[in-house]
Design a binder for this molecule. Structure first.
Ligand code: SOE
Length: 385
């Protein structure tokens, strides 16, 4: 019998659009999905650009106006990879048209927007998913399992840094990610948002925060062209209106205490999403730049062999998603997290299960981002509502 089809419209075709397109292509080729995602239509405002991208990435067609696409009867799932300012508008329109919605992170520009988005998808009764893709790392799933099994005992500390360096050159142009009205915030919403979601996933909710934000380079040349994280500079300059670096302390509802740091000014760090968790019986360490490994230290090991062990998370029978890929030891990469997310989302839709992470998780992260900003402004601790 022919497989059911799940027709997808993808809005946005640059960096994230490319990552999502790859995921929709790979997911049915490697996972046994109940429905086949069909790459129906790619949407972007520039007709020539979106047409070329659709042809290159294997979309059946293209369009320049998302409004026409979200109301098309043949579309089942709307995937949003546009800049942060348009997430809410597109997600709400898609939900109202009865489509399932998949959206890049951070979910929204504000708590109010994120709440509206959540209301819209819940009222429509559609599946909703926010792409905090690092939950979909086999190493993070193993960390969750070890924590839940009590392997590290009572957790005391969360320590995360998310370190990049792509804007350290003061002449790097003022791309949309450096403008508050386009991005919402800087390293905070772009990078710390991932750490916040991982902390929520692994250890439960953050209760209060004390934040510090800094913009090191106040003015930059305006950008004349861009794609992905690349751009060219023009002679005119403009103000940087987001944080370059973000730090905060946190107390979790469980009593865990944590530190978070996110920056694009950590020279030498290209994409260092690093975390450590310490408990009464052991510790866990993870670094995205070594994403096929999880480090685990157990106080229960006999003394003469105590030390961090490096677990290669590529065992098909043991480590989530790995059975779909290659034999043990044949490692996977960053783009696989998107494929895992798509496979999970298709399963949530076809089996009528909640998608994870969903807009509720997106809102929870947004509440923390907002609290950190308010705390940085006031110099006070702020509780998450
Ligand atoms: C750029 O800073 C970026 O691509 C983020 O936007 C992503 O969310 C992160 O996963 C990697 O870095």
């Amino acid at each position: 019998m022919a497989k059911k089809k799940l027709n997808v419209a993808l809005i946005g075709y640059k960096f994230m659009g490319k990552a999502h397109s790859n995921a929709f292509r790979q997911a049915p080729a490697f996972f046994d999905l109940d429905a086949e995602p069909v790459m129906k239509v790619l949407v972007g405002r520039d007709a020539a650009g979106v047409k070329a991208a659709a042809e290159k990435m294997g979309w059946e067609g293209y369009a320049t106006d998302y409004r026409e696409v979200v109301s098309r009867p043949d579309i089942d799932l709307v995937d949003i990879t546009t800049g942060n300012t348009s997430h809410a508008e597109i997600a709400i329109a898609a939900a109202k048209a009865g489509k399932h919605v998949f959206c890049e992170k951070p979910l929204a520009m504000s708590v109010a927007e994120a709440s509206e988005m959540l209301r819209a998808v819940e009222e429509a009764g559609v599946k909703h998913c926010v792409n905090f893709n690092y939950r979909k790392l086999p190493a993070i799933q193993l960390a969750k399992r070890l924590i839940d099994e009590g392997a590290i005992g009572r957790v005391f500390h969360w320590r995360s840094v998310y370190l990049q360096d792509w804007i350290i050159d003061p002449e790097f142009p003022l791309v949309w990610r450096l403008q508050k009205e386009e991005a919402g915030s800087g390293a905070l919403g772009d990078l710390a948002a991932h750490s916040i979601d991982l902390a929520h996933f692994l250890l439960g909710k953050i209760a209060t925060v004390s934040g510090l934000l800094e913009t090191f380079i106040k003015e930059r040349p305006l950008a004349t062209a861009m794609g992905g994280l690349q751009a060219t500079a023009s002679a005119q300059r403009g103000p940087v209106t987001v944080d370059d670096g973000a730090l905060f302390l946190a107390r979790f509802e469980s009593g865990v205490i944590g530190t978070f740091e996110a920056t694009r000014f950590a020279a030498g760090h290209r994409n260092g999403n690093i975390l450590e968790i310490n408990g009464s019986e052991g510790s866990l360490r993870f670094n995205l730049e070594r994403m096929n490994e999880l480090e685990f230290y157990s106080r229960r090991d006999p003394g003469h062999i105590q030390g961090f062990r490096d677990i290669l998370v590529t065992e098909g029978g043991e480590h989530r998603w790995m059975g779909a890929w290659w034999p043990p030891g044949h490692i996977i990469g960053w783009e696989h997290t998107f494929t895992h997310q798509v496979a999970d989302l298709v399963e949530a839709i076809t089996r009528d299960k909640p998608a994870t992470p969903d807009f509720r998780d997106g809102l929870q992260a947004q509440l923390v981002l907002d609290a950190v900003e308010r705390s940085a402004q006031s110099g006070q601790w702020v509780a998450i509502e």
